[in-house]
Design a protein around this ligand. Structure first.
Ligand code: ADP
Length: 278
């Protein structure tokens, strides 16, 4: 039985070549799609509880090569969540101001406050991926970052941030097809960039960089999940299910907490009304 997603155990080795990007987890598409609909509704329900309880936040980090579907996954998986309860932040090439600070400065300020789901489209991992592949800083500088990232994520987790990290694993062949499809379709061509083809030449270097990030930065607090992503329906299903399975265990506590708050509010209201009668 193929797993749905490959959760990287802390300290374990990762062999990306051994994980088939075309995997469908032995699932039938129609079954997965039907269940996906229920999962997205549940994500909305869970977000409402997360918001109501206000004790935790959820940070979802999406990484993957160009065309791996970071945007598309977010759009589908969180399609039913209220815009009031979630936001997406896309990390671009750092500005001059951002580069004048430590690499986590721009990240820390956009982490989700309690009650919210914050989704990162790319993240601080770019600082050990594109930065490493292109030698944008000397090796000792990016090497030191793995530990800093673990410490940073530990800090967030200590403050009740639930962290989920997804690596959308596509094959080189699938990427080529998706890039060519964009070229053929005028309506999709806005997504094209010559840079995507240029980056593709560094595929093996990126895989090496991803492998090390996955191995060194998968912790109990902030685990990495490798998602076979050549099939979009499977990718969406796998991510949605992981989100639900991660949040479900909290739901009972959140409900209990909300129940207590509700009782307290009702008691306050009764006291207020009684005062009026006096
Ligand atoms: P998309 O995420 O949709 O591909 P863009 O085409 O604007 O959006 O790509 C964002 C670019 O910013 C990517 O090429 C990415 O590698 C780059 N980038 C993000 N963070 C950093 C960083 N810390 N240092 C250098 N480049 C970065």
């Amino acid at each position: 039985m193929e797993p749905l997603v490959y959760r990287v155990a802390p300290g374990s080795k990762v062999d990306l070549a051994a994980i088939d990007p075309r995997s469908n987890g032995n699932l039938e598409r129609a079954v997965a799609e039907a269940e996906f609909d229920a999962l997205t509704t549940e994500i909305d329900d869970l977000q409402e509880l997360l918001y109501g309880a206000g004790t935790h936040s959820l940070l979802v980090i999406m990484q993957g090569m160009d065309t791996s579907g970071k945007d598309g996954t977010v759009r589908k998986v969180f399609s039913k969540v209220s815009p009031l309860g979630s936001y997406v932040y896309s990390f671009k090439v750092p500005t001059e101001e951002e580069l004048s600070h430590d690499f986590l400065w721009r990240v820390h300020r956009v982490t989700p406050r309690r009650g919210l789901i914050g989704i990162f489209n790319r993240s601080h991992y770019e600082d050990v991926l594109v930065v490493r592949v292109h030698g944008l800083v000397p090796e000792p500088v990016w090497r030191a970052r793995y530990r800093m990232i673990n410490d940073f994520e530990h800090l967030l987790a200590s403050s009740n941030t639930i962290i989920l990290k997804f690596f959308l694993h596509i094959s080189r062949e699938e990427q080529e097809e998706r890039l060519l499809a964009r070229e053929k379709d005028v309506e999709k061509a806005w997504k094209l960039s010559a840079g995507d083809w240029r980056e593709r030449e560094h595929w093996d270097d990126y895989m090496a960089a991803y492998t090390e990030a996955l191995e060194r930065c998968s912790t109990a607090d902030a685990p990495w999940h490798i998602v076979p992503a050549d099939r979009k329906w499977f990718r969406n299903y796998a991510v949605a299910r992981t989100v639900v399975e991660t949040l479900r265990p909290y739901a009972q506590d959140w409900l209990a907490y909300l129940g207590k708050v509700g009782e307290q509010r009702l008691a306050e209201l009764r006291a207020y009304r009684a005062e009026g009668e006096r």
